[in-house]
Structure formats: structure tokens, C-alpha cells
Design a protein around this ligand. Structure first.
Ligand SMILES: O=C(O)CCC(=O)C(=O)O
Length: 280
């Protein structure tokens, strides 16, 4: 399987993220862009008036393709969202970072609307608990994401994915201190082309910047965690399971047998073979 280049490994260890340029070709960008637009007419999980980080069921989103959208749990909408779970090349890098005892834990499509009303925000992933766990430089991460950019972001204040390089390894301001924002010192608003992908650690402080570009900034996010952790999204539903390969089913938590004590902590005997597909 493909491994991180030396430069990617260095960037991951020191900065907590790296960029893969041209992960999608222009046809794929157009295809996934249309897929995201199509989600708006369908029911699904979106932020409602629930507490932060929780999603409620809505019958449809705002039909304007440039308006805000944050749709979760994409796999049942189309085969193309299942295919992305272990996309060749990209998933290889995930396994090189996470190791083979991993699970797929969340799929998400976000559109950051252009509006003066949204200042951006900064956070770590994983909620209140995971935020306080920072593994060492030489450890595998507990969780990570790939963000696929579907819009060119060539200037600041364009909904840039904004990171604090190295913040995955050190304490950072939290609620009882200055509320971190994308305008604080140390923030790096990333630029990129539609089709680029950002790999980042859950414990890296990050978030969207304001978007005053005049158009929505679209992304897809795919989240991976260690197998012993809980996924964010629903457990696999039958309609998704029957469209998955055995490796994808394993990544969605199908161990090949019913739950028994020890499951998910100690892995099935075929784990390496299934995940590495002969490369172990
Ligand atoms: O929309 C963005 O730029 C950031 C998304 C984000 O913060 C996240 O996936 O945790």
C-alpha cells in the first residue's frame, strides 16, 4: 500500500496536517459538487436547534446551492459516498497514519455560505473529552479526517479551512480563556484548488474562516478513528451494508460475528488481511 512521503510524514508529525493536491480530477469535482447539491432536496441529518455538535432530522435543506449546508451520514444517499470510504491512494495514507485497526466514523458534506454574519470558528474534533487527549509525536492518532475541497479557495476570508499548525501537541486556549477564532495569532488560512484534500488530526485546532467570497465553499469530510472508539454516525444500516465491499463493511463495524465481550478492542483474525488486502 502507498505510504506517506517523507514530507507528508514530517508535516503530519510537526504540523498535524498535510495537503494532497489533485485528489479529485475536475470531472470528479463536478460530479461530487452535483451530488452535494442533490442532497438538499432529500431528508437527512443537519444541525437544528439542538446543542452544539448534535444533528436533527430535517425533511430537506435550503435549495440554494450556495447557502449553508451541513449534512451528515452520507453513505445511504449514493454509492459514490460509499466508494470514498476507502478510495485508492487516499485510504492507503489513512492506514499508514492510523494503522490497520481502524474504523470509518463519519461522513459529512459542508457548504460554507458567503455571508458577513458568519465569523468562522475554531475547535478540535471529538467533543469535550477527546479534545483533552493529545497523543505524542510518535503515536498513532485516535482519529483523523480527510477534507475534500470542491471549491477553489485562493484568497483569505473565503471560508478557508484554517489551522493552528502544531496545536495537536500542546494545550491551546479553551472556553475559560480567550475563545479561539480564525483571526487569532498562529492561525493559517489554507488555500487550495477544488479537488485538493486536507488530512488532519482530530486534536488539531482548526475550523472555517469567514466567507466573504460571494459564493459557497463546498467540502466533503471523511472521518476515521481507532476501532475501539465509537463512530459519530449511525451504525451501518442494511441498505448500506449490502452495497459495501467486505473491507468497507469492516470499516463500518461489521466484525463478521455478533458482538461479544472483547469485540472492537481485540480485532478479528482477518483484520490485517482485509484492511491491507495482502499488503500486510
Ligand atoms: O468547514 C470547515 O472548514 C471546517 C470543518 C471542520 O471544522 C470540521 O470538519 O471539523
Amino acid at each position: 500500500m502507498q505510504k506517506l512521503t517523507k514530507a507528508q510524514r514530517r508535516a503530519w508529525d510537526i504540523n498535524g496536517y498535510f495537503v494532497v493536491e489533485g485528489a479529485f480530477d475536475p470531472d470528479e469535482v463536478a460530479f461530487y459538487d452535483a451530488q452535494i447539491n442533490a442532497l438538499r432536496a432529500k431528508p437527512g441529518w443537519e444541525p437544528t436547534n439542538l446543542p452544539r455538535g448534535h444533528y436533527g432530522w430535517v425533511e430537506h435543506g435550503n435549495p440554494d446551492p450556495d447557502s449553508f449546508m451541513d449534512r451528515r451520514d452520507l453513505l445511504s444517499y449514493d454509492q459514490c459516498f460509499i466508494d470514498l470510504i476507502d478510495r485508492p491512494g487516499m485510504f492507503d495514507l489513512v492506514v499508514d497514519i492510523m494503522g490497520p485497526y481502524l474504523a470509518f466514523s463519519m461522513s459529512q458534506a459542508i457548504v460554507r455560505a458567503s455571508t458577513p454574519e458568519f465569523p468562522g470558528y475554531t475547535h478540535t474534533d471529538g467533543g469535550e473529552g477527546l479534545r483533552r487527549i493529545r497523543v505524542t509525536e510518535s503515536s498513532r492518532p485516535l482519529a483523523m479526517k480527510i477534507m475534500y475541497l470542491l471549491t477553489d479557495v485562493t484568497e483569505e476570508k473565503s471560508g478557508n479551512f484554517t489551522v493552528y499548525p502544531g496545536s495537536h501537541l500542546r494545550p491551546y486556549p479553551e472556553v475559560d480563556e480567550t475563545i479561539p477564532s480564525p483571526d487569532m495569532p498562529g492561525a493559517v488560512p489554507l488555500m487550495g484548488k477544488a479537488g485538493d484534500a486536507y488530512f488532519f488530526s482530530h486534536s488539531l485546532w482548526h475550523g472555517p474562516s469567514a466567507n466573504l467570497s460571494g459564493h459557497g465553499r463546498k467540502t466533503l469530510l471523511y472521518n476515521y478513528c481507532q476501532l475501539f472508539m465509537r463512530p459519530y454516525d449511525h451504525a451501518m444500516v442494511a441498505a448500506v451494508a449490502e452495497r459495501c465491499t467486505p473491507r468497507q463493511r469492516r470499516l463500518l463495524g461489521d466484525l463478521g460475528y455478533d458482538f461479544r465481550p472483547g469485540s472492537y478492542t481485540y480485532v478479528p483474525e482477518d483484520q490485517l488481511e482485509l484492511i491491507m488486502q495482502g499488503a500486510a
